[in-house]
Design a protein around this ligand. Structure first.
Ligand SMILES: Nc1ncnc2c1ncn2[C@@H]1O[C@H](COP(=O)(O)OP(=O)(O)OP(=O)(O)O)[C@@H](O)[C@H]1O
Ligand SMILES: [Mg+2]
Length: 316
């Protein structure tokens, strides 16, 4: 329980790291406005949770929040899904149908995987954002709505624009308030806090008192979590189920021990802005692994003394 005290919360989000605090500050400022927000972050970093948190913290909290995954709707259906259609507008359109925009009226519409939206729809969306009006498919009367839009992508925005999957004009219109959602590996200290948090939730549900063994926690801390918070949550859940005793041990975390860190054929992947300490740790551990644990060769390759290497490893 003691650990949970230092776990900070903003809306539905948990985390106490400096990057999360910065995120909370941004959310605190933008939530009360009607500004369009563009969330960019890796898969599983909590983009949908952030969108919900923005809605709940806004003056629209009593109204509807609708999440739409643009990648999950077939291209030929997306216009009618978003804007609705009039009776008889196409074969099978027996009745008038109201789209997500109208459903979310006075509330918030979350457009997930925005880069998956066909380009011609992106043009239409831009027009709606600019005028606040649209036509239902097959309709001739403009419909006016008051919807706050939040969009998200797990792709690199610039690359998506370059490759043509996101129109530049739409990107600028959506990015009135852009938010980069940090991956879990950049949230110093949060991995452990979140693991404890998720375990506590499961404990509360099942009326159990399971805890992590020292070694299992060390394993959780040293893993790089490419699947971010979602992966952590799932791994904890699985370990919770597997541990029949009150202790979660390494054996229950076999799914992460079997996986490699972000090492691709001798290369490490870092995003710009990775804290130096994190990068250093990854480089040291990966090099040590490369030399099959031989510390002398590792120190030599990294250009540090054996003593420095030992000290670092002790810290980790
Ligand atoms: N800061 C957080 N605190 C607590 N739970 C979190 C946090 N961030 C994410 N989660 C949990 O992790 C899971 C993934 O979050 P979410 O679906 O919001 O991620 P996402 O960025 O939308 O992922 P994707 O790009 O794959 O759609 C959810 O179960 C969510 O509740
Ligand atoms: Mg999502």
């Amino acid at each position: 329980m003691a650990l949970d005290k230092s776990l900070k919360r903003f809306g539905m989000l948990y985390g106490s790291s400096p990057v999360m605090e910065r995120l909370y500050q941004q959310l605190d400022k933008v939530a009360i406005t009607d500004a369009t927000v563009l969330l960019a972050g890796e898969s599983g970093t909590g983009k949908e949770l952030i969108a919900q948190t923005i809605h709940q913290t806004s003056r629209r909290s009593k109204e509807t929040f609708i999440a739409v995954n643009c990648g999950a709707i077939p291209a030929h259906l997306i216009e009618a899904a978003l804007f609705g259609h009039e009776k008889g507008s196409f074969t099978g359109a027996a009745r008038q149908h109201v789209g997500y925009f109208e459903h979310a009226s006075r509330g918030t519409l979350f457009l997930d995987e925005i880069t998956e939206m066909p380009t011609d729809m992106q043009v239409k969306l831009l027009r709606v954002l600019e005028s606040g009006m649209f036509l239902r498919v097959g309709g001739s009367d403009e419909v006016k709505v008051d919807v706050r839009l939040i969009a998200a992508t797990n792709r690199d925005l610039e690359a998506a624009v370059k490759q043509g999957s996101l129109r530049e004009d739409l990107m600028y219109r959506l990015a009135v308030f852009p938010i980069r959602v940090p991956p879990l590996r950049e949230r110093n200290g949060d991995i452990e806090l979140l693991a404890q948090h998720f375990l506590q939730i499961l404990n509360a549900k099942d009326n159990t008192k399971k805890t992590f063994s020292r070694n299992s926690m060390e394993m959780i801390r040293s893993y790089t979590w490419p699947g971010n918070v979602r992966e952590l949550k799932n791994v904890v859940h699985r370990a919770f189920i597997l541990s029949s005793d009150t202790l979660v041990i390494e054996e229950h975390l076999s799914d992460i021990s079997a996986r490699k860190p972000t090492l691709h054929e001798g290369f490490l992947n870092f995003s710009v802005g990775t804290p130096l300490a994190d990068a250093q740790r990854e480089i040291i551990l990966a090099t040590l692994k490369h030399f099959s644990g031989n510390k002398r060769l590792t120190a030599e390759a990294l250009g540090i003394s054996l003593k420095t290497l030992y000290n670092r490893l002790k810290d980790y």
